[in-house]
Design a protein around this ligand. Structure first.
Ligand code: PMP
Length: 412
């Protein structure tokens, strides 16, 4: 049976809010509208009860104490608070000086980590950007080799948002604890999909976001460890002192209630969901790579998220491929930045050439993805790639055994 179009296979970008989450949120727009900061009447208490329950639901999903959960507007804010807040708190020298401390991160982190790090460089901190392996992984040994006496903070994402690769987080966390550095992980693509225990996984600070785990947009959380070690942060925003002074501003009660419910559902359903999506992803990959030559799955073959794949197709132009499959929502390996079409910096950091980076698709499955949708998508991609290659003189040359990388092109 043909699936209903368009098909949504971009769950790494955002997810639909689960209807059960919407239902839990509804009363907080109307009857329970109080400000949880209003300590002197029942409207405030009722709102606070909703927030408290959500804090417990979020904490339960990640093995934290509810007091260790700070609500934010999403992973971008959580990353900023974690990275800048820790750097400022643990700086070895005052503002205005250089040599304030060393930070380790990776080249293929999300911009919401890279840009705060760049800002800190301007403010006197040294930052090392680790190059991932060709498999996309950052290992404990890579971090250890970069460690210095003055390393104050390490920020390595749990799972990459473009290729889904999974880094050695518990091992890196243990290393940081040995060396007395604070360890932050951007776990936006990981939390809600994979079992997480911040205590045994040795995490000090962890960012995640509602809209990646079937919760609402504009709400997220930062886990801040309270014991062994007790992590302290400099707040970036001052005001009413909410969230133990770390994030002033009236709480987004509806969003927080939604995030809590979304976390509760993930805790109950993620194992079955992961298994189901893994089978679908395998089917998609097997079908596409079985039918098409010169394709490559980017990132480590096994150490990656179950629901996400990133495939490069030689001899097709990425934008044409997107156009030819436009009834399916996927992401391409090109980022439209103002006037130019830049190949993905994530794929480039793995050593994927510009051509293959441009011709890659990130396909991410989700809670409501069906087998029919996956079958349809695989067929559409195969058909589109074959058609585009029929038009490609380079593909003809490749088939004739000519190594096109050795051709010297003449300008006339
Ligand atoms: N980090 C990662 C790894 C992400 O994938 C995203 C979302 N694309 C973010 C941070 C930013 O999250 P938010 O939209 O909640 O600010």
């Amino acid at each position: 049976m043909a699936p209903k179009l368009p098909i949504y296979l971009d769950h790494a970008a955002t997810t639909r809010t689960d209807p059960r989450v919407v239902e839990a949120m509804m009363p907080y727009f109307t009857e329970v509208f109080g400000n949880p900061g209003s300590r002197n009447h029942s409207f405030g208490w009722a709102a606070e009860d909703g927030v408290d329950k959500a804090r417990e639901q979020v904490a339960a999903l990640i093995g934290a104490d509810p007091k260790e959960v700070v609500f934010t507007s999403g992973a971008t804010e959580s990353n900023n608070l974690a990275i800048k807040g820790a750097a400022m708190m643990y700086a070895k020298k005052p503002a205005g000086e250089t040599g304030r401390g060393h930070i380790i991160t990776a080249m293929h982190e999300h911009k919401a980590v890279l840009d705060p790090c760049k800002r800190l460089q301007k403010e006197g901190f040294d930052v090392t950007y680790l190059e991932p392996g060709k498999d996309g992984l950052i290992t404990r040994d890579m971090v250890e080799a970069a460690m210095r006496e003055d390393t104050i903070l390490v920020s390595i994402m749990w799972a990459n948002n473009e290729i889904g690769t999974i880094n050695e987080i518990p091992e890196i966390g243990a290393l940081c604890h040995d060396r007395g550095a604070i360890f932050h992980t951007d776990a936006t693509q990981w939390v809600g999909k994979m079992p997480t225990d911040v205590k045994t996984d040795n995490i000090d600070l962890m960012s995640f976001s509602g809209h990646k785990l079937y919760g609402p947009k504009g709400v997220g959380a930062l886990f801040v460890r309270r014991r062994r070690p007790r992590v302290r942060l400099t707040a970036l925003q001052e005001g009413g002192g909410q969230e133990r002074g770390l994030r002033s501003g009236t709480l987004n009660v509806t969003g927080i209630v939604g995030l809590g419910k979304a976390c509760e559902i993930c805790a109950q359903e993620m194992d079955a969901e992961r298994e189901r999506l893994f089978k679908l992803r395998r089917k998609l990959e097997d079908k596409v790579t079985g039918a098409l030559s010169v394709t490559q799955i980017n990132g480590h073959p096994d150490k990656r998220l179950a629901h996400l794949t990133n495939i490069s197709f030689g001899f097709v132009e990425g934008e044409s491929l997107m156009m030819a499959t436009k009834e399916i929502a996927m992401s391409s390996g090109s980022a439209c930045t103002s006037a130019s079409l830049e190949p993905s910096y994530v794929l480039k950091s793995l050593g994927v050439g510009d051509d293959l980076a441009h011709s890659s698709l990130r396909i991410s499955l989700g809670r409501w993805t069906t087998e029919e949708e996956v079958e349809y998508t695989a067929d559409k991609i195969i058909e589109a790639v074959k058609k585009l290659r029929d038009l490609s003189p380079l593909y003809d040359m490749h088939n004739e055994g000519i190594d096109i990388t050795k051709i010297v092109w003449q300008a006339h």
